[in-house]
Design a protein around this ligand. Structure first.
Ligand code: UDP
Ligand code: MG
Length: 319
């Protein structure tokens, strides 16, 4: 029987200090899992440091190391898609380069998926230990809102570390949207997923690319990507305020007829005008957000552009 192949897809953006450690850790696991073959696909997402050179060095040393280098930074989601498309494996795992996704989970994941009971095994953080409390607080609120608003379920603490069967990988690749939000995409395609819990680990080196503000914008975008409920909400809110206004008109007309018309209530009127103006702008903003996304989707731009792969490097070396 031929050995099955596992492709490990690793998006890297400015990961020069971590790559060597990552490679050491993943090859250690691959030696332990001798019943399968491995290939490693590093995606250099337009890094500004020596990430690409580091990857090329690994490729020289180990031909199982393959890479795709983007023409600029396209974001982690694009990196994951490129990796999935390049991967030839019967199973494909996606993981971060910073060893925050412990490779030690791979054997357990492989056991779950290869048994045929599951199509995917994903890692899930058991707790938010070691994180600033304010961040955990906002994460809680985010998951509450996103799950109330969208049809697909977003499970808290899930990382982009998962091992998938070929069928599931093909399903993910078939989702061609430009605004990619992988948590939502993985959840949308379905399939039977086993969750494996693990404790949070800190980055081995380098630093995170996520600021609070970036996470906030990402959160809003993800809600737009998998839910149209905000549009309905603005319509419902508009309806409610129309009803309130209607009742107020009747009250005022009756009051004027019965008690005359002393001019009053100017401050309250300004408040109402401001509030209505604000609500209208908000609703417009919500519509605008969807329109902007639709605009980007209809352009049909490529999700990523490749500058170099390991095949180019091999050719360079030969000539
Ligand atoms: N990453 C990427 N492109 C980007 C930003 C990040 O490919 O534009 C990669 C990064 O190199 C890492 C993974 O995505 O392998 C997760 O990034 P990071 O560790 O900064 O995020 P965190 O773990 O803090 O959520
Ligand atoms: Mg990380």
């Amino acid at each position: 029987m031929t050995k099955k192949l596992i492709s490990i897809v690793v998006p890297c953006y400015n990961e020069e200090p971590t790559l060597e450690k990552f490679y050491a850790a993943i090859t250690k696991i691959s030696r332990e899992m001798s019943e399968v073959d491995f290939e490693y696909i590093f995606i250099d997402d337009g890094s500004k440091d020596g990430t690409l050179a580091e990857i090329e060095k690994l490729h020289e040393k180990d031909k199982r190391v393959k890479f795709v280098s983007f023409s600029r930074n396209f974001g982690k989601e694009a990196g994951i898609l490129a990796g999935l498309e390049y991967a030839k494996g019967d199973y494909v795992a996606t993981m971060d380069a910073d060893l925050q996704d412990p490779p030690e989970l791979l054997p357990e994941m492989y056991a779950a998926v290869s048994s045929g009971d599951y199509d995917c095994a994903g890692a899930r953080r058991a707790s938010r230990k070691g994180e600033p409390p304010i961040r955990s607080f906002f994460a809680k609120i985010y998951y509450f809102i996103v799950n109330k608003l969208s049809k697909v379920e977003m499970i808290e603490g899930v990382r982009d570390f998962r091992l998938m069967s070929r069928q599931m990988v093909d399903a993910v690749i078939s989702m061609r949207e430009y605004n990619r939000y992988s948590k939502g995409i993985f959840s949308f395609v379905g399939f039977r997923t086993k969750w494996i819990e693990f404790d949070h680990v800190d980055r081995v080196a380098g630093e995170t690319k996520w600021s609070f503000w970036k996470l906030f914008v990402y959160g809003i975008e993800s809600i737009c990507a998998f839910s149209t409920v905000p549009l309905v909400l603005s319509a419902v809110l508009g309806l409610i305020f129309c009803l309130v206004a209607f009742i107020m008109i009747i009250v005022i007309v009756v009051k004027t007829l019965a008690f005359g018309d002393p001019v009053g209530g100017w401050p309250s009127m300004i408040c109402v005008i401001l509030m209505m103006g604000g609500l209208q702008l908000m609703a417009l903003g919500v519509i605008g957000q969807y329109l902007a996304k639709t605009y980007l989707e209809t352009k049909g731009r490529p999700i990523y552009l490749v500058r170099k792969t390991e095949k180019d490097l091999d050719r360079e070396k030969k000539s």
